[in-house]
Write a new protein. Structure first.
Length: 298
């Protein structure tokens, strides 16, 4: 078992004491939420929810939980994301299982979901058809199925392991009958007409992947990060087929990397789509871009 430097958890230490010790170590290693992450680790090690943990702060942690917490803390000190350690991540109020085969869902991506909800707000009770290209864990697809109760969605991913994870998450969230997962390459894997098409494609330029934060570079699958030499390969593969997959007046929404809005806008317009605008995330960065198929398009 790997120990975290400067952290020795004794079985008779109280849970509150261990949380404070662990938080100091995590903050020294760069965590900006040491107390919260320490509580998450201890809840997992003890098999408790947060309320039960807070009610019994003075109880000894015990030998088994001390060993589990020490190992988890060692992983976090190596900058492994807390969601990877715990094996799940909350996204749009839903809980998703994650593993090394899928991108860790991030709050910024909720901006894409927000954009879809706003774009088709008047049709939220309609039997919409949804398509999620590069579905990964199924987070975006599931968030949309939760937001549109009469919709049916299809998720596509080229990774067989990711497809298995997406199926697992859809089933756990109760969406197995309203969703399907297809293993294939972008739009080549699917045919039909969809009211909403979404994608959070890989958009990091190859040459800059090594410069990403360690939590991303070392733990997210590079297949979900690598956008080619300039970061736009996936957009170039997906956008030309949108006119053939979008229903009349259908909506497409993409996640954007920082500063990519103008190029993706040009790609959408070149495909004959009408760009509806962009939406910024909480940091003020253009994070999602939407476009519509014109009703008069063939």
């Amino acid at each position: 078992m790997t120990e975290v430097p400067a952290l020795i958890i004794r079985p008779d230490d109280s849970r509150g004491t261990v949380q404070r010790q662990l938080a100091r170590v995590l903050e020294a290693e760069g965590s900006e939420a040491g107390m919260m992450e320490a509580r998450m680790i201890l809840c997992a090690a003890l098999g408790l929810d947060h309320a039960a943990f807070l009610r019994d702060q003075d109880r000894p942690i015990g030998a088994e939980a001390a060993a589990i917490a020490t190992e988890m803390a060692a992983r976090r000190a190596r900058h492994e994301p807390i969601s990877r350690i715990l094996g799940h991540r909350e996204f749009f109020g839903l809980d998703f299982v994650v593993d090394p085969s899928v991108l860790d869902p991030r709050p910024d991506t909720e901006t894409l979901v927000d954009s879809v909800i706003v774009a088709v707000a008047e049709r939220w009770q309609a039997p919409l058809t949804l398509l999620d290209l590069g579905t990964g864990s199924g987070a975006i697809l599931s968030a949309l199925l939760a937001s549109f109760p009469y919709a049916f969605g299809v998720g596509v991913d080229r990774s067989e392991a990711a497809c298995k994870m997406a199926k697992k998450n859809l089933a756990a969230l109760g969406f197995a009958r309203r969703g399907a997962i297809v293993c294939g390459h972008w739009g080549d894997a699917i045919a039909g007409s969809f009211d909403v098409i979404v994608s959070n494609p890989p958009y990091i330029a190859q040459g800059t992947i090594a410069d990403l934060d360690r939590e991303v570079r070392d733990y997210d699958p590079h297949l979900a990060l690598d956008g080619g030499a300039d970061g736009y390969d996936a957009y170039r593969a997906i956008i030309p087929v949108l006119p053939y997959l979008l229903a009349p007046d259908g909506v497409a929404v993409f996640e954007l990397g920082q500063g990519q809005g103008s190029v993706v806008k040009e790609l959408l317009e070149s495909a004959g789509l009408q760009v509806a605008g962009t939406r910024r995330d909480l940091a003020g960065i253009e994070r999602a871009i939407g476009a519509r198929r014109r009703v008069e398009d063939p």
